[in-house]
Every structure is written in structure tokens, then in C-alpha cells.
Write a protein that binds this ligand. Structure first.
Ligand code: SAH
Ligand code: AVI
Length: 308
């Protein structure tokens, strides 16, 4: 059960000096819906930029995909970008979307099933950092990994290396891995992308408190917390926080947590890379960069990696 540790992770995270909750918990049904709304916002450049890159790179990406292949997507969400790969690479016979968000995964798998009747769709509802084995449908086939969205930026460097290592083991030697990574750019562009004018990102962030209230018997006052998006230049990352607007106490699963005014819960990191920095990170986990596609500003990159 991917959500089995939600209570333990929230209680442990709120007990830290800098309160924090792992970003994967942003994605319940409403969180996944809000993320899809974010992808359509004017300020949130990553989705449309990566879609355009993938559209032009898809024929070349397809040439790296073997006959009868399994395409394994990590954090597949609505499986929209996937379609560009599937359309360009009809030799793909099995698609394994992996996502922690159960309803989003089921809806995306059903939509892909309906539109690609010859494809075998075998969804995996799991934390992708913990997946050790693919479904039986994927066995005995060459594997290509797909990890778009710069979701890799939601890990810190050590977590990213650990994930890339475990993905290499899951995909097997000889595999390719197509990974999207957002690149460093001016602070004003980044802050606007994570603090949009319509407040959709704020709602996405605050939905975590709604989820805690509902699933863990929490009593967070949603009006007493605000969304904050900050650029951390030392760590080259955008950070999302929930800021306490006053001194207050909130209870979760019978435990009380005190908040001073302006104290925050750190809810997400989104690291921004340089092409060389990302290549070096991937190399630490046994992946070499075969090819890189980079957009003009706002800069985003798609990497074609090969397992050593
Ligand atoms: N790939 C899509 C969606 C990106 S949003 C795109 O590029 O637009 C990130 C997705 O990863 C969400 O669907 C979320 O539910 C999923 N996710 C986040 N952390 C996860 C984890 N640890 N294990 C599995 N899925 C995760
Ligand atoms: C999924 N992930 C890469 C998104 C990001 O940009 O870090 C999630 C997101 N957070 C705020 N807006 C979008």
C-alpha cells in the first residue's frame, strides 16, 4: 500500500526542527487534478516546453526503442506525454505506468487502453522509489524508461542517485531511459511558475492540509496557512512551503504540533539543473548520456540515457 506510511511520515516530518512532509503526498485525487490544472497555466512553462521538445524529438527517441519493447513510465500522471512516444514508436507492445496516485493512474490507464487497442497496458500502483519488479506482462522484453516532467527534480541529489540506480536495476542492462529535467533560469520566471496569479499552485500546496485533515484526523485551519514559493540559489531549487500565519497548535492523529507565526512546513523541492550537472548526476548512477535535446528559453532538457 503506497499510502501505508502517510501517517508515520507526516508525524515524523512535523516533529523535525524544520517541519517537512514528503512531496509525494501532494498527489491524492484532488492533488493530481490540481497538478493537471497547473500544467495548463501560462506561468507554468515546463509542461508545454517539454511537450514541444518531445514532439520534435519523438522520431529520434523512437529509433532507440527495440521491437516488442516495454515502456515503463515513472510518475505517469495523466499519461499525456506518453502518447507522443507511443505514436512515434508503434513497436512498443507493453506500457507500464507507475504512479502513487491511484485514481489518476486508473483513469490514465483506461484512456491509453481505449486509444491504443493493440497495446498491453499494465499499471503499477506503487511508490516508484520502491518498485522492485515489473508486472508479468513486461517480462522477457527489452525495456525503455520514461520519466518526464522534471519529477526527478523533486528529489535531492542523493535521492536522485538512489532512484536512478534502482530504475537501472528495474529496467535491466541495455535499457534506455528518457528523462526530462528543468534547467536553471531567471528567478522571476521560476517564482511565477510556482506562485501563479490564479492561485492554483497555492491550492495544490494547501490541499496537503485538507488531505491530512481527512485521512489522518487532522484539524489544520486552512485559513491560518499560506502558500509560499521561494528560490534557494545555494541548492539550485524552488521550494514550496506552507506558512503559519499566526502562533497556533494543530493536531494530527492525536499528536499536537505547535507553530510560531511565520514558521513553515517545507512541502516540495524542485531542483533546476544544468546539462552538465544532470549528466554528472546520472553518471553517478551508472547512466551515460547518449543524446540531449534542449529548448530555447524557458530552458528545459530531455536526456536519452543508456545503462552502462
Ligand atoms: N509525468 C507527468 C506527471 C508529473 S506530476 C507529467 O510530466 O506531466 C508527478 C507525478 O508523479 C504525479 O502523478 C504523482 O502522483 C507521481 N509521483 C510523485 N511521487 C511519486 C512516487 N514516489 N511514486 C510514484 N509516483 C509518484
Ligand atoms: C511534478 N513536479 C515535477 C512538479 C514540479 O514542478 O516540481 C510539481 C509542481 N509543484 C508545483 N507546481 C508543480
Amino acid at each position: 500500500m503506497p499510502n501505508g506510511s502517510f501517517e508515520a511520515d507526516v508525524l515524523a516530518g512535523l516533529a523535525q526542527p524544520q517541519k517537512q512532509i514528503p512531496a509525494k503526498y501532494l498527489y491524492d485525487e484532488e492533488g493530481s487534478r490540481l497538478f493537471e490544472e497547473i500544467t495548463g497555466l501560462e506561468e507554468y512553462y515546463p509542461t508545454r516546453t517539454e511537450l514541444a521538445l518531445l514532439r520534435s524529438a519523438a522520431p529520434e527517441i523512437a529509433r532507440y526503442i527495440s521491437p516488442r519493447a516495454t515502456l515503463v513510465e515513472f510518475g505517469s500522471g495523466a499519461s499525456v506525454k506518453t502518447r507522443l512516444i507511443l505514436d512515434a514508436a508503434p513497436q512498443t507492445e507493453v506500457y507500464v505506468p507507475i504512479d502513487i496516485s491511484e485514481d489518476a493512474l486508473a483513469a490514465a490507464a483506461a484512456a491509453i487502453n481505449a486509444d491504443y487497442p493493440d497495446l498491453i497496458v499494465a499499471p503499477l500502483h506503487e511508490d516508484f522509489t520502491e518498485a522492485l519488479e515489473l508486472p508479468p506482462e513486461a517480462q522477457g522484453r527489452p525495456r525503455t524508461g520514461f520519466f518526464p516532467g522534471s519529477t526527478i527534480g523533486n528529489f535531492d541529489a542523493e535521492e536522485a542517485v538512489a532512484f536512478l540506480n534502482s530504475a537501472r536495476r528495474l529496467l535491466h542492462s541495455g535499457a534506455q531511459f528518457v528523462v526530462g529535467a528543468d534547467l536553471v533560469k531567471p528567478e522571476d520566471v521560476l517564482v511565477a511558475a510556482y506562485d501563479d496569479a490564479k492561485g492554483v499552485t497555492a491550492a495544490f500546496n494547501k490541499n496537503l492540509l485538507t488531505r491530512i485533515n481527512r485521512e489522518l484526523g487532522g484539524d489544520f485551519d486552512l485559513d491560518a496557512f499560506a502558500h509560499r514559493a521561494v528560490w534557494n540559489p545555494e541548492a539550485s531549487r524552488m521550494e514550496m512551503h506552507l506558512v503559519s500565519l499566526r502562533d497556533q497548535t494543530a493536531r494530527v492523529a492525536g499528536h499536537a504540533f505547535r507553530f510560531a507565526a511565520d514558521e513553515t512546513i517545507h512541502t516540495e523541492n524542485s531542483h533546476k539543473f544544468t546539462p552538465d550537472g544532470f549528466t554528472a548526476l546520472a553518471e553517478r548512477a551508472g547512466w551515460r548520456t547518449l543524446r540531449l535535446w534542449q529548448s530555447p528559453e524557458p530552458a528545459f532538457a530531455v536526456f536519452m540515457l543508456a545503462a552502462n
